[in-house]
Write a protein that binds this ligand. Structure first.
Ligand code: FAD
Length: 617
């Protein structure tokens, strides 16, 4: 079959691939999304949910750059919950339970609606290379597609091996074949590879669950959606339910540990510590008498239920026994057994901050292939790789993200500087500037970056500009207030009677002050919309902390701007320990900030590098 040439080819239609292809096309690059089958676009390999703590921040950032994951999740969401609602806005995370089928269909529709994006069904078995540069891809049917840049997003498919108890077979995930031939090309490129594993629970027929005995968990009354463009949920909303493992469940699991692929020594890869299998939980937290299980409907038109919290690689008969030991699941029917998968990943230290393979022009990697786990982490990398592949294809400047502006920047920096020792997932604790990197202000932080790069469309530009205008007007009104302590007390707000005059932003910084109270002092504030009120309140609460962080941010920015040339010779630095020389040579930091985060770096070593940089400049 004859294919036309493309600026960018994205291999894989999972979460990284979909957002990468869309981002590349938004940038104006002619893009092909080549994936095993069109019906696999947007498939959720594991739980049907998007967002959560840290992950919800990533989805908001993808959305702020006009990416697709947020609005697709809003269209497919059947239960929305803002996690950590009682804590401060900086650590709140939007989460949605999604209808698997609606999600897949909405993602496919997004891909099809993008004019510069073509979908090609087929397996990529090799890359065409010319003098260290990728020039095309070769499909299993022998056809070739030429291109200037490739984004590889093959997830768990590279030499994937599925384990169910003591049975093992090759596979990219249940029902899909693994990518063996492409793995051989990755070997030939000499990329550093490792092996990781992850698991998924059995799926249960919801008609066989005794729901009446279980605690129900409805969604929020005022759902918080992901996209800055979304209004209300599109789909009917449903409840989940909660049950627990018990002593009997744990006994069954302990008695059969030797039959688990994870514990029977049949899997070499390292698993996600933060998303442990039920075998892991029973062994590692031996003193806990029970573990929570969230029973999450997989959609509106299916009986399948996802029991979140009991992923496993025990044989099906043992899965059945322990599931039946749980309250409400005594007669539950397992529709598909849980399984584990191990797969190859590429050490992300082989990539630069644009997610390009440092030693291969035009080749970008994104998603689980880089050692991460989770749809959100994958999609966020997809956006970065897609933007930069388009830039590389068309001779544009790289688009990079800083730890100071986004969780995306934190993740890319962590991956490319430190690599991974277990599947990497996002947490709010990874972001040192998390008070300013909030889910609620992702648009203020990143939409201007996207507008400058060229990946934000007209609809979002208009919505964003209107919001910024409204925000500016509300802030202006609040800052122009000048109230004496007595006047403040008259509004019902308690402040020290210290003679200091305060403006509206000062007063909103007190957690107990409400916007409504201030309307008493400036009636024009009555016209401010609920969305802008909430935003100004959050900005006011954090203003003092952010002011204090400014100096640290400025130091980071300066260090990021101090570039280290690719051919910088760390070995020639007298006074640097051999261990550091080796680490720096292997990691090849692109700027001083990245060098500073390499394990074992010292202030003295930083000074040595800086003075050498000044000499060679
Ligand atoms: P994927 O979503 O896997 O997409 C890869 C795509 O590449 C697929 O569309 C595939 O068809 C395509 N492809 C592969 N090879 C080729 C080729 N040669 N040619 C063309 N197309 C190709 N995440 C969590 O956060 N928590 C969990 O508990 C969890 N458990 C998991 C359990 C299992 C069993 C699996 C399989 C995954 C689990 N995940 C979990 C991970 C989550 O599914 C991934 O992080 C996410 O899907 C990664 O997205 P991706 O785009 O990188 O890859």
């Amino acid at each position: 079959m004859k294919h036309e040439a493309y600026d960018v080819i994205v291999i894989g239609g999972g979460h990284a691939g979909a957002d990468a292809a869309h981002a590349s096309a938004r940038m104006g690059a002619r893009t092909a999304l080549v994936t095993m089958s069109e019906s696999g676009i947007g498939v959720m390999s594991c739980n049907p949910a998007i967002g959560g703590l840290g992950k919800g921040h990533l989805v908001r950032e993808i959305d702020a750059l006009d990416g697709v994951m947020g609005r697709v999740a809003d269209r497919a969401g059947i239960q929305f919950r803002l996690l950590n609602r009682r804590k401060g806005p900086a650590v709140q995370g939007p989460r949605a339970q999604a209808d698997r089928e609606l999600y897949r269909a909405a993602m496919l529709a997004e891909m099809k609606a993008q004019p510069l994006l073509d979908i090609v069904s087929g397996e990529v078995v090799d890359l065409d290379m010319d003098s260290g540069r990728v020039t095309g891809v070769i499909l299993a049917d022998g056809s070739r597609i030429t291109t200037r840049a490739v984004v590889l997003t093959t997830g768990t498919f590279l030499r994937g091996v599925i384990h169910v108890g003591d049975e093992r077979r090759s596979g990219g995930r249940m029902g899909d074949k693994a990518s063996e031939r492409l793995a051989a090309r990755i070997d030939a490129l000499g990329l550093p590879l490792g092996r990781l594993k992850t698991g998924t629970p059995p799926r249960i027929d919801g008609r066989t669950i005794d729901w009446d005995r279980l605690e129900r968990q409805p969604g929020d009354d005022n759902p918080v959606l992901f996209s800055f463009l979304s209004g209300a949920p599109a789909a009917r909303q449903v409840s989940c339910a909660i049950t627990h493992t018990n002593g009997r469940t744990h006994e069954i699991i302990k008695e059969n540990l030797h039959r688990s692929a994870m514990y029977g020594g049949r899997i070499d890869g390292v698993g996600p510590r933060y998303c442990p299998s039920i075998e892991d939980k029973v062994v590692r937290f031996a003193d806990k008498e029970s573990h929570q299980i969230f029973l999450e409907p997989e959609g509106l038109n299916t009986y399948l239920v996802y029991p979140n919290g009991i992923s496993t690689s025990l044989p099906p008969s043992v899965q059945e026994d322990y599931v039946h030991s749980v309250v409400g699941l005594e007669t539950a029917r397992i529709e598909q057994p849980g399984y584990a998968i191990e797969y190859d990943y590429v050490d992300p230290r082989a990539l630069d901050l644009t997610l390009r393979v440092r030693d291969c022009e035009g080749l970008f990697l994104a998603g689980q292939i880089n050692g991460t786990t989770g749809y959100e982490e994958a999609a966020a990398q997809g956006v970065v790789a897609g933007l930069n592949a388009a830039q590389a294809a068309r001779g544009g400047d790289p688009v990079t993200f800083s730890r100071a502006d986004s969780y995306i920047g934190v993740m890319i920096d962590d991956l490319t500087t430190r690599g991974v020792v277990e599947p990497y997932r996002m947490f709010t604790s990874r972001a040192e500037f998390r008070l300013s990197l909030r889910a609620d202000n992702a648009d203020q932080r990143l939409t201007p970056v996207g507008l400058k790069a060229g990946c934000v469309g007209e609809t979002r530009r208009t919505v964003f500009e209107r919001k910024m205008e409204a925000l500016g007007a509300a802030r202006g009104l609040l800052e122009s207030m000048n109230l004496t302590p007595k006047e403040v007390r008259g509004l019902g707000i308690e402040v020290a009677q210290d003679g200091s005059r305060r403006n509206g932003m000062d007063l909103l910084a007190f957690p107990q002050t409400t916007f409504d109270q201030l309307v008493g002092a400036a009636s024009e504030l009555g016209n401010v919309t609920p969305e802008i009120r909430a935003q100004v309140k959050n900005d006011a609460i954090y203003a003092n902390y952010i002011e204090r962080q400014k100096q640290d941010v400025a130091v980071l920015r300066r260090e990021e701007e101090t570039q280290i040339p690719l051919d910088f010779d760390f070995q020639a630095l007298n006074g640097l320990s051999n261990e550091l020389k080796m680490k720096l040579t292997a990691t090849r930091p692109v700027n001083l900030a990245q060098a500073g985060r390499i394990d074992g770096m010292t202030p003295a070593a930083m000074t040595l590098i800086l003075s050498r940089l000044r000499q060679v400049a």
